[in-house]
Design a protein around this ligand. Sequence first.
Ligand code: G3P
Ligand code: CA
Length: 228
Amino acid sequence: MAAILKIGHRGAKAHLPENTLASFLKALEMGADGIELDVHVCATGELVVIHDFTVDRTTNGSGEVHKMTLAELKKLKVEGGHTIPLLDEVLAIVNKECLVNIEMKGRHTARPVSDFVDKYVKERGWSYDNFIVSSFQREELLIMSDINKNIPLGILTQASVTQAWEWAEEFSAKAIHPHYSLLTESNVKKAQQAGFKVYTWTINETEDIERIKSYNVDGIISDYPERL
Ligand code: G3P
Ligand code: CA
């Protein structure tokens, strides 16, 4: 049986400010096999790594990410003196062996993410298997599945494993990414028998981690990669 992948949520969110270069490095130092991060497209077209649609919660600024230029975003400070990274900056510091779970959080992210992954595979020696691109958003999944069949897709859901499974079939996804509260030993097994990987989030308590591990999921996303 393959090992369960250990994936650091927004890096090592429990230890360092989320979605920062320091947080991603910390996750890998703690033995994570992969990192999960959130992307938006800013006003000048670059893919930036930040969870919310605004910068208000995580930086000293305010405003909507998609209306701000890269120069404006780069001036902002995240707690601890960190800055909002470009997706390119994250890949520059992580090992090519690492799984990068790019969550298309913002709107209009599918095309730039498709171009981004193609660039790393075709020009920089990465493999499509280094990536899994996930989203809750039907629109972005639909566009991605239409324009790029090479990129492994993950269907995020907080509501229903069945719905994720239906979308996974529709979009030829590699994986479903259900919230861990939706999982049972039986639905994990059925999804895997149907050919889908099961990556689940965000599990932080050891008791929950051990229970979900006993279902033989394919990967667990946690703020505490060291607990996995
Ligand atoms: O990708 C799993 C998880 O990150 C989805 O929820 O809100 O943390 O982006 P959220
Ligand atoms: Ca996320």
